[in-house]
Design a protein around this ligand. Structure first.
Ligand SMILES: NC(=O)C1=CN([C@@H]2O[C@H](COP(=O)(O)OP(=O)(O)OC[C@H]3O[C@@H](n4cnc5c(N)ncnc54)[C@H](OP(=O)(O)O)[C@@H]3O)[C@@H](O)[C@H]2O)C=CC1
Ligand SMILES: O=C(O)[C@@H]1CCC=N1
Length: 264
């Protein structure tokens, strides 16, 4: 599959590394347009402009949403006959993408950073995409992790808000657990190592188990033991639930603002 990627920063390069590592795309079949060179897989070509020659099978758009108008002004004409445009721009729906880039079938996605390890989530929204385009997108996204299509825009927005941002919140949780470890006497290095290993093990166990996370938490909490005392703090007044409800509500509200701005 031949790809052109316009904007290949933190998120685009994570996807690209997985595509190349998994053999989904050959590095030599990828041309990246960035404003400056980035560390990308060997064999990927990068430049300041689109290459001459035949059009690719797919254009992947990975700039910031605020840069959509600029890149459309520069590249839309050249891309009019490309079959498929896959965007990762938060808030830019298929209609907005098609208005900016007339011609290709426009597919809105919301990936997250762990796609680099094939352990990510990719939410996809393209209700009008024909079956052939959907099949190409599925082939491209399958090696990245969990792939979910949402025809309903509100559910896509909610899923993307959760999946796109959750890695950042989990990274914060790792740091917060380490801070807790320091507070009870561990060195910074010890606390960081123990917190990360505990989160990694717990996430892997939750993924492998047929028990719910709540049941697994109960399995950790021996009656009358240490864990129950800690859970009592987290659960009091729904403290942790309330914190994440407020967090995701703020995320969703910002997503709505970005979607409104993208529509102009
Ligand atoms: N980071 C994440 O976890 C997620 C990000 N996204 C989406 O991915 C997109 C990119 O985000 P992210 O990777 O974090 O941001 P980055 O800033 O890391 O990447 C943006 C890339 O676009 C390039 N770029 C900017 N302007 C132009 C231009 N005019 N022409 C060509 N290339 C350009 C930048 O190059 P340079 O650095 O040289 O300016 C950079 O490589 C956003 O739309 C975001 O909504 C979606 C889900 C998760
Ligand atoms: O913060 C953002 O807007 C992007 C989308 C989800 C993750 N990063």
């Amino acid at each position: 599959m031949r790809l052109w990627m316009i904007g290949c920063g933190n998120m685009g390069s994570a996807m690209l590394r997985r595509w190349v590592d998994s053999g989904t795309v050959a590095a030599g079949d990828v041309d990246v347009v960035n404003r400056t060179d980035r560390a990308l897989p060997d064999g990927v070509r990068q430049a300041r402009d689109l290459p001459d020659g035949p059009l690719p099978d797919v254009v992947v758009l990975g700039v910031k949403p605020q840069q959509l108008a600029d890149v459309a002004a520069r590249f839309a004409g050249r891309l009019a006959d490309v079959p498929l445009l896959v965007s990762m721009l938060a808030g830019c729906d298929p209609a907005t993408l098609s208005a900016a880039f007339p011609g290709p079938v426009a597919v809105q996605t919301m990936p997250n950073l762990p796609v680099e390890l094939g352990r990510g989530v990719v939410a996809i929204h393209a209700p009008a995409a024909p079956d052939a385009a959907r099949a190409t997108v599925d082939r491209l996204m399958a090696p990245l992790g969990l792939v979910e299509w949402f025809d309903d825009p509100a559910r896509f927005a909610a899923a993307g808000a959760l999946s796109g941002t959750a890695p950042a919140f989990v990274f914060r949780v790792i740091d917060a657990l380490a801070a807790g470890g320091r507070a009870i006497g561990l060195s910074p290095q010890e606390a960081a190592a123990v917190a990360l290993a505990a989160v990694e093990g717990a996430a892997a166990m939750a993924a492998a188990s047929d028990r719910t996370p709540a049941a697994l938490a109960d399995a950790v909490a021996s009656p009358g033991g240490m864990t129950r005392e800690g859970l009592n703090v987290l659960d009091a007044d729904r403290a942790l639930d309330t914190l994440f409800e407020r967090t995701l509500t703020a995320v969703a509200r910002r997503g709505e603002e970005m979607a409104a701005a993208a529509k102009g």
